[in-house]
Design a protein around this ligand. Structure first.
Ligand code: ATP
Length: 200
C-alpha cells in the first residue's frame, strides 16, 4: 500500500483537497488534529509533557492546557523544539498503527502542515504540495476565520517554511489558484496512486 503525504501552507487548500480524496474513499490521516488528540489521550506523551513543562501543562481535569504551553514555548524556541521532539515520535507511532488498520486500501494520505520530503525521516512514498498565491491564501483565511487579522495571518505565513522550500519537497504539485481547475488535477493523481495511470 502506498503512503502519500499532503502538505501546503495556511490557506493553500490542503484540507479542501483532502476532503475530495476522502469522498473518493481514500483514508486521510490528519496529523495536526491527531497530534492535538494525542496530547490529551496518549498516557506516554502526557507523562513526557509533564516532565518537560511541569504539572500546569494539564488542568485539574487532565485536559491539555494549550494556552499555558503556548505561553511557555512562545519565547523559547529550544523548549518548543524539545516539545516537538516528544510529540513527533508519538504521532509517528500512531500513524503506523492507523496505516496498519487501513492496509486493505490501495493508498492512504497523511495531511500535515509540516512535512519532510518522501523518505526523509518518514516512510512516505511521495509528497503532494498544494500551492496557491499568497494574497489568495490570506483572503481565504480572512473569509474562513474573520476574527483573524491580515497581520496575524501574515505572521503565521512568515513562521511557516517558504513556498519555495515547500515546493522542493514535492513529488506532485496541486495548483489551487482558482484559475486552474482543481478537481481534474486531484482525479489525475488519484488514478496515478491507484496505479491506473502512469503519466500525470
Ligand atoms: P489551514 O492550514 O488553515 O488548515 P488549509 O490549507 O487546510 O488551511 P483549507 O481550509 O482547505 O486550507 O482552505 C482555506 C479556505 O479556502 C477554506 O474556507 C476553503 O473552503 C477555501 N478554499 C480552498 N480551496 C478553494 C478553491 N479552490 N476555491 C474556493 N475556495 C477554496
Amino acid at each position: 500500500m502506498k503512503k502519500i503525504g499532503i502538505t501546503g501552507g495556511i490557506g493553500s487548500g490542503k484540507s479542501t483537497v483532502c476532503r475530495v480524496f476522502s469522498i473518493l474513499n481514500v483514508p486521510v490521516y490528519e496529523a495536526d488534529e491527531r497530534a492535538k488528540w494525542l496530547t490529551n489521550h496518549d498516557p506516554i506523551l502526557k507523562a513526557d509533557i509533564v516532565r518537560l513543562l511541569g504539572p500546569n501543562a494539564y488542568d485539574a481535569a487532565g485536559q491539555y492546557n494549550r494556552a499555558f504551553v503556548a505561553a511557555q514555548v512562545f519565547t523559547n524556541p529550544d523548549l518548543l523544539k524539545q516539545l516537538n521532539t516528544l510529540i513527533h515520535p508519538r504521532v509517528f507511532a500512531d500513524t503506523a498503527r492507523w496505516v496498519d488498520e487501513h492496509e486493505q486500501y490501495p493508498y492512504v494520505l497523511k495531511e500535515a502542515a509540516l512535512m519532510n520530503a518522501a523518505g526523509d525521516g518518514n516512510d512516505l512514498d511521495a509528497v503532494v504540495v498544494v500551492t496557491a498565491p499568497e494574497p489568495l491564501r490570506v483572503a481565504r483565511i480572512r473569509q474562513r476565520d474573520p476574527q483573524r487579522s491580515t497581520t496575524e495571518i501574515q505572521a503565521i505565513i512568515d513562521r511557516q517554511i517558504s513556498e519555495e522550500a515547500r515546493l522542493k519537497l514535492a513529488d506532485f504539485v496541486l495548483v489551487n489558484d482558482e484559475a486552474n481547475l482543481l478537481l481534474p488535477q486531484i482525479l489525475r493523481l488519484h488514478e496515478l496512486f491507484l496505479g491506473k495511470a502512469t503519466v500525470v
